[in-house]
Design a protein around this ligand. Structure first.
Ligand SMILES: [Zn+2]
Length: 130
């Protein structure tokens, strides 16, 4: 296989991906905290205070909660994808288009580390030509 990133490049990718994973897991932690706080707030509503809770505020809370869960799903998907990218580095398929076998440009791999197709093949696939 001629089309492959060099070891040095792969190390660079590995570091970038690990950094991202660190940032994403911090994000996940803070989202979790947000969800926890929101539930605490709800759990802390006593019969006395329940009448002082504005209905609009309660609505906002559950909306926030929903948003947090969505955000967390997205972040954990991203985390999984980064993990897959790391596995690909280990097995040597990282950055190689699985359709045409060409090297996927470095900028794209930095942006989408779990990409398995080059832009051209992806476009073709979208058009139903691949
Ligand atoms: Zn391709």
């Amino acid at each position: 296989m001629a089309n492959k990133y060099s070891k040095t490049k792969l190390e660079k990718f590995k570091k970038a991906i690990s950094d991202k994973m660190g940032a994403v897991s911090e994000d996940i932690e803070s989202i979790k905290e947000g969800i926890g706080n929101a539930s605490n707030k709800q759990g802390g509503v006593t019969p006395d205070s329940i009448f002082s809770v504005h209905m609009a505020d309660a609505g906002t809370d559950s909306h926030e909660q929903e948003k947090n869960f969505m955000l967390m799903n997205r972040e954990s998907d991203y985390f999984k994808n980064l993990n897959i990218a790391l596995e690909r580095i280990e097995e040597g398929s990282f950055g190689v288009c699985k359709i045409c076998g060409n090297l996927i440009p470095e900028e794209r791999m930095m942006e989408v580390p779990n990409a398995t197709k080059c832009v051209q093949c992806k476009e073709k696939e979208k058009l139903g030509l691949a």
